[in-house]
Design a protein around this ligand. Structure first.
Ligand code: DAH
Length: 461
């Protein structure tokens, strides 16, 4: 029977007619095996092997057939019926041949018990039930027709008794089993409903992260806060006074050309005589120098992160909106040394301790003297040569990278905020964040900061 076992494992692959053939052949094998099991022990082994729990070959075939599909079950029906009926037919034959069919009934009882015990799901249960009750093919009918009706008159009452006992036992077993299968079903359904499948992947809620620009802001803020600066923010819509005049940039000053910006069209004022005050999008964070000093007496130590705007055409290094951090420190005796020391501290914190700084003279209307701060190229170690040879692409061989503008606050600016230019001194700087972020993280197109493509953003969690 090893071969049958092997065949059963391939049963899913059989076509309908093949399946029919296979099951009929199998039922013949079962029949033959039943006939060759002479002792009670052999019978028991045979029943368990085919219809019981070790392993219950007939049940395996039954389950696999029903799991296949309806038409497969139809093809296999006749064979299955034979397969399940084989022992009963054999025992009934024994009974016909015996003087007293008591032993045949014992076998039948044991067989039916074994079967019903394994009828533990609705399809199996229904199959066993019809195997017993079916009017034409059922075991009950077969017993009645062959054992009861043909019994010799002297033992007929006894056979009737055996039959009744067997019937009521089987009914009882069915009733018990039905109860179990039904409650099993109820419980199973309830369990299925309430089942929590811990292996299911959860709902993944993507966790966002700060935009790289926000991260760089944070990094710079942390550095300055650690040396006593506080963070303030100001309006993105400014008046020309704060954006230009109070910063010592009068109306026709040429630097205004570099800072052409967006003006806002305002609804006409109800006061007809009032001169219209144009409003603009700030071109830098420097207006907050004025606003801060107007509000507060020295000492002042602030940084101002924020968005700024210019009428620039977008390209790899220009955008009409970008980001700056303004810095301002004003006190009674701030020197140029304090200024360069502070800037150097910041640059080394930001790029690493090995970089060097330098400044070159420059011009801003609101600082005097004005400087442009450079850092030794952090990527080639200030050599201008890439590690792999050739010119460093970051500093383009210059060994230095221009960082930002700064300077000592021009005394003229103090005049706008009622500070005594003779008593106070200070420094200011304006850092372009986008440029710094591009430098530090090797990004060559400023536009990626504004496109917000998650494939880019995800690289900076
Ligand atoms: N506001 C200047 C700009 O946007 C940058 C700047 C330069 C700011 C020098 C400063 C400074 O505070 O001192 O181009």
């Amino acid at each position: 029977m090893e071969s049958a076992h092997e065949l059963i494992s391939d049963l899913e692959k059989l076509s309908g007619p093949q399946l029919q053939h296979f099951v009929i052949e199998l039922s013949d094998k079962a029949r033959a095996e039943a006939q060759q099991s002479y002792s009670n022990e052999q019978q028991d082994q045979f029943l368990q092997k085919w219809y019981g729990r070790e392993p219950g070959l007939a049940w395996i075939v039954f389950d696999k057939t029903y799991a296949k599909d309806r038409s497969a079950a139809a093809w296999a029906r006749y064979g299955l019926q034979n397969l399940f009926k084989a022992p009963a037919d054999l025992y009934i034959n024994y009974g016909i041949l015996a003087e007293d069919p008591e032993e045949a009934f014992d076998h039948l009882r044991y067989f039916l018990k074994t079967l019903i015990a394994r009828a533990n799901h609705p399809e199996r249960f229904a199959a066993v039930r019809s195997l017993w009750e079916s009017r034409n093919q059922g075991i009950k009918t077969a017993i009645r027709e062959h054992l009861l009706k043909n019994a010799k008159p002297d033992i007929k009452p006894r056979v009737g008794q055996y039959f009744n006992q067997l019937s009521s036992l089987v009914e009882e077993l069915f009733a018990q089993k039905q109860l179990i299968t039904e409650t099993d079903g109820v419980e199973e359904a309830a369990l299925a409903r309430e089942r929590v499948d811990l292996s299911l992947p959860g709902v993944i809620r993507p966790v966002g992260s700060h935009h790289l620009i926000r991260q760089v802001f944070q990094e710079i803020e942390d550095i300055f806060v650690s040396i006593g600066f506080s963070v303030v923010e100001g309006p993105e819509i400014e008046t020309p006074y704060y954006n230009f005049e109070a910063l010592n940039i009068p109306e026709f000053h040429p630097v205004r050309d570099d800072m052409d910006t967006f003006y806002l069209e305002l609804p006409p004022s109800s006061d007809k005589k009032a001169a219209p005050t144009p409003l603009l999008l700030r071109t830098h964070t420097s207006p907050m120098q004025i606003r801060t000093m107007e509000k507060q007496k020295p000492p002042v130590r602030v940084i101002v992160p924020g968005k700024v705007y210019r009428r620039d055409n977008p390209d790899a290094t220009h955008s009409f909106a970008f980001h700056q951090i303004e810095g301002l420190a004003v006190d009674t005796d701030i020197t140029f040394c304090d200024f360069t020391g502070t800037i150097e501290y910041f640059v080394k914190q930001f790029f690493g301790p090995s970089v060097k700084t330098r400044f070159r003279p420059s011009y801003f209307p609101f600082t005097e003297p004005s400087v442009e701060f450079d850092v030794s190229c952090p990527f080639c170690g200030g050599t201008g040569t890439a590690a792999a040879g050739g010119t460093c692409t970051k500093c383009k061989g210059a060994a230095w990278i221009e960082l930002f503008g700064a300077g000592m606050v021009d005394p003229a600016v103090y005049g706008f905020v009622n500070y005594d230019a003779k008593k106070v001194s200070g420094f200011a700087f304006g850092i372009g964040i986008d440029r710094l972020a591009m430098l530090k993280y090797g990004i060559d197109d400023i536009q990626v900061f504004f496109q917000n493509d998650v494939r880019f953003l995800r690289q900076f969690p």
